[in-house]
Structure formats: C-alpha cells, structure tokens
Design a binder for this molecule. Structure first.
Ligand code: PMP
Length: 444
C-alpha cells in the first residue's frame, strides 16, 4: 500500500484525486481499494472492511448493487455517450420532480460542484445581483465563489479558503455563521438589494453533522423572499439519502415527517433551486439542478444563462441514477434509518463507557461524533463549535476502527454513511469494533 501511495505521489498531486482521501488529518497511508460489494470495500492487499464512507454518500443501496450494475451494463452495450438527448434523461428528471416537487424542471450535470456553480450563475442571472450568502462550514463543491470558510476537505486541511480564488470573487461571497438567523437578517438589512441568493446545505454534514435548528431553513426562505433573493437548497449530500424527498421532505414539505415540531411554528417552505448529487447518480458521475420552472427556463437554450456539458445526462450515469431511485423504496429508508440508530447509539455508548466527552449529532440517518466537553454539554450548532472540538481524539479512534476492519471517513468533519446493504453481520462488526476505538480515543 505504501508502495502504491509513493507511486501515486510521483504522478498525482498528493497521491489522490480528491484531498480527503489522503488521510491527511488522521495520519498514515490511505488504503488503495480494489473492489467493493454490499457494505464492504476490499483493499489491494485483499483486506476487507465494513465501509462507513459509501463513496461519500452515493452508495445508499450498498456497493455494486446487482440491479444497478445490470442497468449500467445494459446501457453501456447501447453506447457510452451520445451527446444527444435520450428518453432516460426525461425519466430521471421526472423521477426527481416526483420525489422533490420544488424541482419543477431539472438540468442534469456531472458533479455536485457543477450543480451549485450553475445554481449561483442562475440566481445571478435571475436577479441581476452579484452577492451570494453562504454559511461557514458548509461545503458546496470547489466553486470559486463557495470556497470561503468551506467544510469538508477545506475544513480538514484547516484552510480559510483557497489560493487561486481572486479577491474580486471572494468579495462577492458573504459568509455568515450557521444557525444564526439574526446574522442573516443583518446581512440583508445592510446589503439586501445586492444579494442574488443564499445557498445552504439542507442539513450540513461537511463540518461534521450540524443539523439546522427547527425553523432555520424556513427563516432563510422568509428572509430571501422578503428581499427578492433566491434560496438555493444544496441537497447534494442529503438528497435521496435521508429520505425519498431529501432533507426538504423532512423539514419543508407540507407533509413533512420530521419528528421535532418547528420552534418558530414555521409552516411548509419551498426553495427556489435545489441541487442534487451523490445518490441521484447511483455511484456514477451525475448530479442535477432543479427548481422553479420560470427560473430554470433562464438556462440556455431557453434562456440567457449559459450552461452545458459534453457528458451531461450520460447514458450510463442516467441508468445508474434511475435504477437507484427506483430501488430506493420505503423499506430502504426504514432500514438505513434503523441501522443509523443502532450504530449512532452504539458509538455513543462506547464513548461514554470509555469516559470520552462527546456528542453524536444527527440529521436523519446521517451522523457524526463531536468530541470534547463543550460539544457534550451544548452540542455543536456552527462551524466555530465544530472547529473547537477535541479533534485530536479522532485519529486514534479512526485507526482503531480500521485495524478492527471498519472504514470510517478519514476526517472528523465528515458524516458516517450507512446503506441498505449494512446487514446484521456488518452492523455487528461495527459494534464489536467501537469499544476498543473508544478506549483509543480516551487515551489520546
Ligand atoms: N454540495 C455538498 C453538500 C456536498 O457534500 C458536496 C460533495 N461532498 C458537493 C456539493 C460537491 O459535489 P461534488 O464532489 O460531486 O462536486
């Protein structure tokens, strides 16, 4: 493995094609994977792990689900890429809109980054305004305008933003603390007429999991509407994962199923634009942008906002996405919710048992552990809190789990992902590994 990492670093910057894969914050050499099936990944040394990364979210059904693989294989036999419209693209747009009605019209792209980048361009085109408001700790892909105080790998590497982003671009992004309605009100009071959009993770999971406080998303909807700005709900990570209608289905839909009542008594709310990725592509490079028809129709060729892609709506990716959405029935979500309860509960018990102060934070079936007294006492509601936790407890915890055959995300700022394929044996393996890992965290 070390040999492969050395070889990789000779020809690939940092040895990886996406930064968090390099194990930078947990130390050690990354596992190079050879295959994956169901709840497992297997490395090039032939060692098998129960996976809690699931390709960072896409693997809702488990790795290489036979019916998804069959759909992709069948599509491949018909042609790898046409660069022309296909019926399957219509079917996928319809499938997305059926599950998430605010996505009245849908444009397919290849990555979540493209989806959020396009959403911002569209919001600027629709409003004729330049400013974008984002929240510290939220990650929306490596879009220039959205890298300021971003989560995920930017947080893992402790970067304030990114080199290579011009000062002019950075000046067009206003960053506010998450879960802070007053801060959003103030930005709008000062610069409301310049703001094109607020973009937010539907439920943030890139600074660890930091759920929106009840009524927070609804407040963003109210404030943006009052000022003629758009609300962009980024469901790249949560979409089709926390439920068939994503986080919006739990929080904004008229028939929402979220357990906690809204503290502000907020009713249903609807975003203008929604971005999807990960699960919607079933493990293939596909993402999507949906929203109000009148806004979406501003995209070329029906409107003046340009957006395009040689591989957009790729037939293999579209087939994977369609098969995945078709298979993601209520039973799948009930199972993922159930195993998330079990694993989150067991992580909490193991850490408690080892005397490690912590809080397991949840957003539907997504969760992560925040370490430290402050997190244990108050919970973490924003990026400052996430950064203030005892991050040093995570590397030994991570490596003890890995030694025991369980692959956690290699950063404390990422969510743990489960799937429909995590059966009793896989869950048992996780539960067996947790107490030892908790002791390693305690000793840190
Ligand atoms: N938005 C969110 C909420 C994400 O979690 C991610 C990726 N983790 C992105 C956007 C970017 O997606 P991609 O990596 O496919 O560009």
């Amino acid at each position: 493995m070390a040999n492969l990492f050395d070889r990789a670093r000779d020809v690939i910057p940092g040895g990886v094609n996406s930064p968090v894969r390099a194990y930078g914050s947990v130390g050690g050499d990354p596992r190079f994977l050879a295959s994956a099936s169901g709840p497992h990944v297997t490395d090039t040394a032939g060692r098998r792990y129960v996976d809690l990364v699931m390709s960072w979210g896409p693997g809702l059904l488990g790795h290489a689900h036979p019916e998804v693989v069959e759909a992709v294989t069948a599509a491949a036999r018909r042609g790898l890429s046409f660069g022309a419209p296909t019926e399957a693209e219509i079917e996928l747009a319809e499938a997305i809109g059926d599950r998430v009605p605010p996505a009245e019209k849908v444009r397919l792209v290849s990555t979540g980054t493209e989806a959020t980048m396009t959403a911002i361009r569209l919001a600027r085109g629709a409003t004729g305004r330049d400013l974008v408001v984002k929240f510290a700790g939220c990650y929306h892909g490596h879009v220039d305008a959205l890298l300021a105080e971003a989560g995920s790998g930017v947080a893992t590497l402790s970067l304030p933003g990114s080199s290579g982003v011009t000062a002019a671009t950075a000046a067009e992004t206003v960053v506010v603390p998450y879960n802070d309605v007053a801060a959003v009100e103030q930005v709008f009071a000062e610069r409301g007429s310049e703001i094109a959009a607020v973009i937010t993770e539907a439920a943030p999971a890139n600074m660890g999991v930091v759920p929106p406080e009840p009524g927070f998303n609804a407040a963003l909807r109210r404030i943006t509407a009052e000022h003629g700005a758009l609300l962009i709900l980024d469901e790249v990570l949560t979409g089709f994962r926390v439920g068939p209608s994503g986080w919006w289905g739990l929080d904004g839909a008229a028939t929402r199923s979220r357990a906690e009542p809204s503290a502000t008594g907020a009713g249903p709310w609807t975003p203008d634009l929604v971005t999807f990725g990960k699960v919607v592509g079933g493990g293939m490079p596909l993402a999507a942008l949906g929203g109000r028809a009148e806004v979406m129709d501003l995209l070329a060729p029906s409107g003046p906002v340009y957006q395009a892609g040689t591989l957009s709506g790729n037939p293999l990716a579209t087939a994977a996405g369609l098969a995945t959405l078709r298979l993601a029935d209520d039973g799948v979500y009930a199972h993922v919710d159930h195993v998330a309860d079990t694993v989150a509960g067991a992580a909490h018990e193991a850490l408690d048992g080892a005397g490690v102060p912590h809080r397991v934070q949840r957003a539907g079936n997504l969760f992560s552990v925040m370490f430290g007294e402050a997190a244990a006492r108050d919970g973490v509601r924003d990026y400052a809190g996430a950064q203030g936790q005892e991050t040093f407890r995570y590397p030994p915890f991570f490596h003890a789990m890995l030694e025991a055959g369980v692959a956690l995300p290699p950063s404390v700022f990422e969510a743990w992902f489960l799937s429909a394929a995590h059966d009793d044996a896989a869950v048992e393996a996780i539960l067996d590994a947790l107490p030892g890992a908790a002791r390693a965290a305690a000793a840190a």
